[in-house]
Write a protein that binds this ligand. Sequence first.
Ligand SMILES: Nc1ncnc2c1ncn2[C@@H]1O[C@H](COP(=O)(O)OP(=O)(O)O)[C@@H](O)[C@H]1O
Ligand SMILES: [Mg+2]
Length: 311
Amino acid sequence: MSSYLLTAENLSKVYPGPKGGEPLTVFDGVNFGVNKGEFVCVIGHSGCGKSTILNILAGLDDATTGAVIMDGKEVAGPSLDRGVVFQNYSLLPWISVFKNISFAVKSRWPKWSKDEVYEHTMKYIEMVGLKGVEHRKPSQLSGGMRQRVSIARAFAIQPKLLLLDEPFGALDALTRGMIQEELIKVWEKTNQTVIMITHDVDEAILLSDRIFLMTNGPHASIAESVMIDIPRHRDRTEIIHHDHYYPIRNHVVDFLVKRSKELNDTGIEQQGQEQAFHYPPEVNPATGQVTEVKIDTDPSQVDDTRIANLR
Ligand SMILES: Nc1ncnc2c1ncn2[C@@H]1O[C@H](COP(=O)(O)OP(=O)(O)O)[C@@H](O)[C@H]1O
Ligand SMILES: [Mg+2]
């Protein structure tokens, strides 16, 4: 069995076409593995299916084909093992900031005393700089503050896998930098595995062990896994002076500007041919090294029988 904490095997998402029109294949042939404790960012143009993939990993949406396997079990439905921060906050509007978080904490640790729940909740409220506004309702907060509540809630339940969908998009540069640093600290202290979507190349380099580059849709897929071999602890102001920073940055930007579309055009020509199942090659832009990664399970075997055997 694979040594990855989580694998995505042959994922695709197809929406039926409007009134008998052509169905839309948003992405297909999406395969990847994520190690325990790894921090992975996903970058790709709007509409290529990033949020959909994240929702499938969270168990909140179903793939048309394929499966997500975590800890040897197929992901089926949401779980407290997987914490999610959505693009649009998703807070309960009728309860306070404090309760939005303590509610999640209580469901994670049902045996905790009131004091334990209180302390734990406040710790995360402080972490995201919201002490003093914990009794306000989400509607009484700015967009950036709401996003911080949502981040605090996801961290507070200490999930094995943290799924973040452009979590810092709505934040001003200063707050964003501060929370990025907090995120690195929490991630370094805990043994959490993080998959995060971002459109910010510098943020992805600062945070990631690897960056997954997605081609444009339709028929999007993950073209490469870019290795970020810059040593940690990384500091926002110092990282740009590392020899590998600009080779990595240029490689990712070049992908977004040019190759994400070119690769997708090639992909469309190949439709109908036999799909190749492989993990995205691991690319180190600083050394030029490209490593093919063999898949250690056969995705064509991802069916109910195999899943049943995994359980
Ligand atoms: N219910 C739906 N029916 C048809 N197409 C959909 C539906 N939901 C999402 N899509 C399409 O799926 C694609 C991927 O969406 P999404 O995962 O949100 O992309 P991203 O997060 O990369 O911007 C988009 O092109 C969107 O139009
Ligand atoms: Mg999205």
